[in-house]
Design a protein. Structure first.
Length: 251
């Protein structure tokens, strides 16, 4: 039996979504979909499944196989990723049409970085960063799997770094694209992790808001004038999402 949703979370979603909140609560009570994204540089028709509408290489699977036993996963032929995280492809297709310098600031375990590596124009440079050492090691391993080619070179050059956002202070006006999938209160994990439900609180939400704004303040200047910032969370509340978007625009 699932852990009941926190009352304050329910109240907040009803304030934000009105009657549509009930659809969200019903969805959170269902099993999560299984989705993967194929590596365009290593095409392997290894799975049948419904296409993800906003990602050329994304597929939904009818059931979850034993991914860890599949050599194609370890060879970087595909990546297991939530379909919603693949939506960044729409932004890249619309706004990026020439080689860029890109920074994926909070990149572990590598979902968005592997996606960017397959999307950015040839000749681009992708810096994938993760502050936590253990998570940075996982990120480096996944990026190596994804970009390692039997012969030749992957079209996008990639670097993995292990730094805090403030450490990029010397790189003013350096990046054409900055992706910030920031640490958050994790409401998007409610459907698959009862612990995320049990640990949720408004105090944690507001702490995350301050942390997110600190991260954005630390790295804003590394974005070139006219560059593109992608801000995302895996949470639903307006404090970490819409309110922070307004804060970015005003500040």
């Amino acid at each position: 039996m699932r852990t009941p949703l926190p009352e304050r979370f329910v109240e907040t979603m009803r304030e934000t979504l009105g009657a549509d909140a009930e659809r969200l609560f019903a969805a959170l009570d269902t099993e999560p979909a299984v989705s993967i994204r194929l590596n365009p540089a290593k095409p392997a028709e290894c799975f049948d499944g419904e296409a993800v509408g906003w990602c050329k290489w994304g597929k939904y699977l009818a059931e979850r196989p034993q991914f860890t036993l599949d050599p194609l996963l370890h060879g970087g032929a595909y990546y297991v990723q939530e379909a919603s995280s693949m939506f960044i492809e729409r932004f890249i297709e619309r706004y990026i049409d020439a080689p860029v310098r890109a920074l994926d600031l909070c990149a572990a375990p590598g979902g968005k970085s592997t996606l960017l590596a397959g999307l950015l124009p040839e000749g681009s440079l992708l810096v994938s960063n993760e502050p936590m050492p253990k998570r940075a090691n996982v990120l480096a391993e996944n990026m190596q799997k994804w970009t390692r080619m039997p012969e030749g070179h992957y079209p996008v050059e990639s670097i993995v770094t292990n730094n805090y956002p403030a450490d990029f202070g010397a790189f003013s006006d350096c990046f054409d694209l900055v992706v910030t999938d920031v640490p958050c209160s994790g409401e998007g994990m409610f459907r698959k992790d009862d612990q995320a439900v049990a640990e949720w609180s408004m105090d944690n939400v507001m702490m995350c808001v301050e942390r997110q704004r600190g991260i954005l303040s630390d790295i804003w200047h590394v974005l070139k004038p006219g560059g593109l910032l992608v801000y995302s969370t895996c949470t639903f509340n307006r404090f970490e999402d819409e309110d922070n978007a307004r804060w970015i625009c005003s500040e």
